[in-house]
Ligand binder design. Structure first.
Ligand code: GAP
Length: 514
């Protein structure tokens, strides 16, 4: 797992090895917009496939759609985005830097949590097996003080957010002495609301143009197609509709690499249920989505649920799955019980009846919705952050290796002739020719074999097949495993089977139904 201060290293590794580039870099980039390179797109596609298959293959009652990015502008009026998709914005008068007021307070709370954790870790080290965390929390004066402050600020923050009380929100920032990280001062403006949607115009003449928005979430494309899918697919409740696609938000504070972008990708699934059943399904999806993350094999300690203090205007329950990014625990996925809000709103604004006739209950109703919504780019960042390792090997040599789960790795295997002569390159090419229908393969003959292994480690290739002189005699090769660096000799005819056993997406999918 990458250390907390490793974001810079991860960013530069991603650029050096073709995972992520700043957008329009030759023009000095575009803030919070990124391009995925040759390795990045493979990893991204594999994450998408893992998600898509886990939804549509494993659930016979979940189907997919691909709705357009542009939608009728009334969609966003109905969904509440025109009126309520705002962030509270605050400026520091000295640095002229702009921040989200809620994020400033949340970061402050996270710092108090960190201080408490630090005290606990220190004490646990000191007392060893005898350490009683509960008792320590109840009796240690420093921890009690931090916890008291945290609880008080948290209570005020929750209330202010729920009541949209921006005067109080600003007062919390002042009372907690939260300073601008750039100027170091507490000289803050009032808080203003800022709508995050990008607008543009559709149509060619000035009379005929219509203001349209770049969708800020993919979910609405699913809601407006609810009846189309339900009727054409003869879907019976409960059923789900899944979608992967771009979303756009004019984020106030764009930082932390691909964590908060202005153009990003979401993987969303709306699960339509009978009213009254929503909490049962909320729990089901909450557990299954966590299982999906854990199946990747990164340490369990990297994940946690975070229940929302302030529910969105459409939700009656909501939780986030947070991942321990190099800059702390952050939201990767949201699971929301959205009630019947969206379908009812579209019914109201479109004037079309959007209901489901339940043959078992013999009645019509507006279904309730459980939504799972994961940011593909944030998922990408969590995989890279957890996978990035710098290791010192025996003999003092160092290597940087991306321990990406084999099923998601951009390149599954590299085929390397030991030397660039004696017919070894030709034999290696033959192997690639045979395997390229099944796996993304790379051929590399440049530099020493050690340096070639390092290059493959750096892009996370789980297996390297080396062709040597013995190969010409007995048709065997060595397969080197990335993480252990152990080598095993196998027949060329067994390579496909061996690699596919270890890299097949089915490995991950099967753990979800156990
Ligand atoms: N349909 C519900 C919805 O859009 P959200 O919590 O606003 O909910 C869902 O977004 C997910 O989309 C988040 O958990 C996050 O992973 C991702 N996401 C949101 N804004 C993002 C941004 N600016 N950059 C990258 N990912 C973002």
């Amino acid at each position: 797992m990458a250390q907390k201060n490793d974001l810079k290293k991860i960013v530069s590794h991603c650029k050096e090895y073709g995972f992520v580039f700043p957008s329009s870099e030759i023009y000095d980039g575009l803030s919070a917009v990124y391009d995925y390179g040759q390795m990045g797109i493979e990893l991204k596609n594999n994450i998408k496939k893992y998600w898509w298959d886990s939804m549509t293959l494993l659930h016979e009652n979940i189907v997919g759609v691909d709705a357009a990015i542009f939608m009728h502008p009334t969609v966003w009026k109905a969904s509440g985005h025109v009126d309520a998709f705002n962030d509270p914005l605050i400026d520091n008068k000295d640095s002229k830097k702009r921040y989200r007021a809620d994020t400033l307070i949340e970061d402050f709370l996270a710092k108090l949590d960190e201080k408490i954790d630090k005290e606990i870790k220190k004490a646990s080290k000191r007392f060893g097996d005898k350490f009683d965390e509960k008792k320590f929390r109840e009796t240690n004066p420093r921890v009690i003080e931090y916890q008291k402050q945290r609880d008080e600020v948290h209570e005020r923050y929750k209330k202010a957010m729920n009541e949209n009380d921006f005067t109080e929100l600003r007062q919390i920032i002042i009372d907690c002495n939260i300073v601008c990280p750039v100027s170091g001062t507490c000289n803050w403006t009032e808080i203003r609301q800022f709508n995050l949607m990008f607008a543009t115009e559709m149509g060619s003449t000035s009379e005929g143009t219509m203001k349209v928005y770049l969708r800020p979430e993919t979910a609405q494309g699913i809601f407006v197609n609810f009846l189309n899918v339900q009727k054409s697919g003869r879907m019976k409740i409960p059923f789900g509709i899944a979608q992967i696609g771009k979303a756009f938000r004019n984020e106030i504070v764009a930082r932390q690499f691909i964590f908060r972008m202005r153009e990003f990708e979401q993987m969303e699934m709306q699960f339509f249920v009978t009213p009254g059943d929503e909490m049962k399904w909320f729990d089901y999806w909450k557990n299954l989505r966590m299982k999906w993350h854990l199946a990747l094999g990164f340490s369990k300690e990297n994940y946690r649920f975070h229940d929302h203090d302030k529910l969105a205007h459409y939700a009656n329950a909501a939780t986030d799955i947070e991942f321990n990014m190099p800059f702390g625990f952050k939201e990767v996925e949201g699971i929301h019980s959205r009630t019947d809000f969206d379908l009812r709103q579209h019914e109201k604004y479109s004037g079309k009846k959007i209901q489901y006739f339940d043959p078992e209950l013999n009645q019509s109703y507006t279904p309730y919705v459980i939504e799972t919504s994961i940011g593909l780019d944030r998922m990408f960042l969590s995989v890279i952050s957890a996978a990035y390792c710098e290791e010192t090997l025996e003999g003092g040599e160092t290597r940087t290796v991306l321990k990406i789960p084999a099923e998601l790795a951009p390149v599954k295997l590299a085929v390397l002739p030991l030397v660039r002569k004696d017919g070894l390159p030709e034999k290696a090419r033959e192997i690639i020719k045979m395997l390229k229908f099944s796996f993304t393969c790379q051929y590399d003959e440049k530099d020493s074999i050690g340096r070639r292994y390092r290059r493959q480690d750096a892009i996370g290739t789980p297996y390297c097949v080396t062709v040597d002189h013995q190969t010409l005699e007995d048709n065997t090769v060595t397969i080197r495993e990335r993480d252990t660096m152990q080598q095993e000799r196998v027949l060329i005819s067994d390579v496909e089977n061996e690699i596919s056993k270890k890299t097949d997406m089915k490995n991950l999918l099967k753990t979800l139904i156990e």
